[in-house]
Design a binder for this molecule. Structure first.
Ligand code: ASP
Length: 357
């Protein structure tokens, strides 16, 4: 801050000294802005920026390197689609939907193909999308035959006056919208089938309450999401999931609940992953935006408070972006599949905390 005495000192300086002093101050300010705590990236000013996640449930570090490498390839492919669309000037909504569709089509992630099984060995998918500029939003819950639930969510937003359709009603709406349909078995993969078997075994060992399973992020979590700041300065968030492995038939998580697992306004766009019930209890996504709007907190402070103070260890994580293009990607589990990029050319793809790239 320029105080009266600093101004006085500047008055006494020679022009060259003054220039050096101003340049040194600018250098210090720039360095301070770039030095950010854990999980946080900051490269504004940018014309566009994007972050995506593939869930907070991860392979452990001892997983074969080629498996981890394959996940990085998948994350990079989704990021490339987002970068291309965002740099062309596409709207935040279009970019978020396009990226989530790529992740839904990728069997490695728990959304669309590769979705988790419920306790009956079937798939029920949840998805949502929200426009930060207008607060328009749409979501679907418990859909069973829609190949890309995020696109049906977008149609709920644009073609109905509602924000959330569920189950049979959402399926009938899909009939009317002529979106691509698949048999429920299309979503199945061997890997998720093994996870269900593991969860049901753990559950049987615990006792009669069928949903009282020990929480194991490796076997239960996964969701995909994308947050975007477009070249017009608008924000959007999209989230899609198969939900928790072994969930009760009819269970709906946080992904289609605005303010819980997904939210966007003029301050921030947020997509979450983890134990949906906890994200619903604490209205995590909306609370991040509200802390900025009403509490005067930075995006970094707001997200950090939710992930490390409000939520408990292993509950999950979130990605968030603000209108300046700042990005945070934070989690309290062992890792989170994630990637981000912005118009400066910076990009990152990471799984664990110490990933450098
Ligand atoms: N949040 C999702 C749900 O509870 C699951 C996840 O992110 O892994 O449905």
């Amino acid at each position: 801050m320029l105080t009266r005495s600093t101004l006085g000192m500047m008055h006494l300086m020679q022009p060259l000294q003054l220039l050096i002093c101003v340049l040194a101050t600018l250098a210090i300010l720039t360095l301070t802005a770039c030095t950010t705590p854990r999980g946080i990236t900051s490269h504004p000013p940018v014309t566009w920026a994007i972050a995506l996640h593939g869930g907070a449930g991860t392979l452990d570090r001892t997983a074969p390197p080629e498996e981890l490498a394959a996940y990085r390839v998948s994350l990079q492919a989704a990021l490339d689609v987002g970068r291309e669309r965002a740099s062309k000037g596409d709207s935040a909504l279009d970019v978020a939907e396009a990226v989530v569709r790529v992740l839904e089509n990728d069997p490695r992630f728990n959304a669309g193909r590769g979705a988790a099984f419920n306790e009956k060995g079937e798939h029920e998918l949840d998805a949502s999308i929200m426009d930060g500029a207008t607060l328009q939003c749409g979501a679907v819950a418990g859909v069973r035959t829609v190949k890309n639930p995020v696109s049906l969510a977008r149609l709920v937003m644009t073609q109905t006056k509602h924000v959330l359709l569920m189950g049979d009603g959402a399926e009938q709406f899909a009939d009317a919208m002529a979106v691509e349909r698949v048999p429920n078995s299309y979503f199945s993969t061997d890997r998720r089938r093994k996870m269900l078997d593991e969860v049901l075994r753990e559950r049987a060992a615990v006792g009669p309450r069928s949903d009282a399973a020990p929480r194991n992020p490796r076997t239960t979590y996964g969701t995909v999401g994308c947050v975007v700041r477009d070249t017009h300065g608008n924000l959007a968030a999209a989230t899609s999931t198969g939900g928790l492995t072994g969930k009760r038939f009819g269970r709906v998580g946080d992904a289609p609940i605005f303010g819980a697992g997904n939210y966007a306004d003029g301050y921030a766009a947020i997509s979450c992953t983890g134990t949906g019930e906890e994200f619903i209890r604490h209205s995590v996504a909306r609370t991040v935006a509200a802390r900025i709007a009403f509490g005067g907190q930075s995006l970094e402070q707001a997200a950090h408070t939710l992930v490390f103070n409000t939520l408990k260890k292993d509950d999950g994580g979130l990605i968030a972006i603000n209108a300046a293009g700042n990005i945070v990607m934070l989690y309290n589990s062992e890792g989170m599949y994630r990637a981000a990029a912005d118009s400066t050319g910076w990009q990152t793809v990471a799984i664990f905390e110490d990933d450098t790239k």
